[in-house]
Design a protein around this ligand. Structure first.
Ligand code: G6P
Length: 367
């Protein structure tokens, strides 16, 4: 679907369904198949300057912050540059140390979020270099940055961010690819990732076709007052985003936790009344993840496992949601998509207006 094609449906729903085409737009003209790299002309950085970057610091609020955490993993994995994400609101109030060889990345759909904008201005005041990953062209954050990547997601109206988030992820993949290819990422790995990026729209389409199954899972989750979303390493920001989406539109309590930390707290709360949505990528941690899920199952906690068909859950009792596999670095975005539809259907079955969640604004432009 393209923008506006599904008139009459809730905006959040139409925006979820637009993702195959919005991702395609973010990629358009930016892939260099021959050299296995990305072209991001708007960064305004020469290869020499890209190579001089020693650290990447990502700033955003809400979903933009969570996708920033996913982006930090991409940069570390592909470019082997230390990277982390922080809530812009926290960063700017703690007198941050601004380093000349750090690349600061401001992430924002609207480009108007006040905390992110003021973080950019604080960095610039101290002589730092900031690029933007922004959807709205000419917005305040886009203008304040030294360069950046426009997302081309198209207008996003629903308060809960969906298609902007997927395009932000793709923006980070392009950035990580370019940073990686001026360093030690091989041309073969670059090409492998490009092929993976090109597969994303069709794979997202495939996940969206599984809507009936996701509606069923959402219906069961909506009955619970409180639930956990868990994941580790690549899967943890996915869990955070899933919990955020569910709580902001369904008003059910959802807490994200690292799967590895379960035994240090949340296990105490597991019971037949408290379901857990577990994100289980097919990676080097799969066995450990599955072992942790048995701990939940042993305490009769209902489980929803978002994973790939290749993952063997053994005799684990769980409702399973499978998404197609891509390259391991790109799987987090595929694991995020079903969580959007689960949140949407949970809110719908509870009778809430998904486009106008109470107490929330699309962009927070005043302090
Ligand atoms: C608000 C919205 C969120 C969004 C966040 C950041 O809290 O409700 O959906 O993720 O702002 O917005 P931005 O426009 O900066 O991405």
């Amino acid at each position: 679907y393209e923008y506006g094609e599904l008139a009459g449906e809730p905006r959040m729903y139409t925006e979820i369904l637009e993702q195959p085409s919005s991702v395609e737009r973010t990629l358009r003209g930016r892939l260099d198949e021959r050299f296995g790299t990305a072209h991001l002309g708007g960064l305004n950085l020469e290869p020499r300057e890209l190579r001089a970057i020693r650290r990447v610091k990502i700033l955003g609020c809400g979903s933009a912050y969570y996708v920033g955490q996913m982006g930090a993993s991409l940069v570390e994995e592909l470019a082997r540059i230390p990277a982390d994400a922080e809530a812009a609101s926290e960063f700017r109030y703690r007198n941050p140390i601004i380093e000349p060889d750090t690349l600061y990345v401001a992430v924002s759909q609207s480009g108007e979020t006040i905390d992110t904008l003021l973080a950019v201005e604080e960095i610039k005041r101290k002589g730092g270099r900031v690029i933007g990953l922004v959807n709205v062209v000419g917005s305040a954050i886009a203008r304040a940055c030294d360069g950046g990547i426009y997302l081309h997601a198209g207008p996003e109206i629903a308060v809960a961010s969906t298609k902007a988030l997927t395009t932000m992820y793709v923006g980070f993949a392009l950035l990580a690819l370019q940073l990686g290819r001026v360093r030690d990422l091989s041309i073969a790995d670059g090409k492998r990732l490009i092929a993976g990026l090109q597969r994303l729209p069709a794979q997202i389409e495939e996940i969206l076709k599984d809507e009936d199954r996701l509606e069923e899972v959402a219906g069961a989750l909506a009955q619970a007052e409180s639930m956990f979303f868990i994941g580790r390493v690549r899967g943890f920001p996915v869990a955070r985003e899933g919990a955020q989406k569910l709580k902001e539109i369904s008003y059910r309590h959802a807490e994200a936790y690292q799967t590895s930390e379960l035994k240090h707290g949340p296990l105490a709360l597991i019971s037949p009344e408290v379901p857990t949505v577990a994100i289980v990528p097919d990676d080097e941690l799969t066995d450990r993840n599955v072992a942790a899920l048995h701990e939940i199952s042993a305490r009769r906690g209902p489980l929803v496992v978002v994973t790939h068909p290749e993952v063997d859950l053994g005799d684990l009792e769980a409702a399973r949601v499978d998404v197609p596999k891509n390259e391991v670095e790109l799987d987090p975005i595929l694991l995020t998509i079903p969580l959007q539809l689960i949140a949407f259907h949970a809110a719908k079955v509870l009778g809430h207006d998904v486009d106008k969640p109470r107490n929330l604004a699309k962009s927070v432009t005043v302090e």
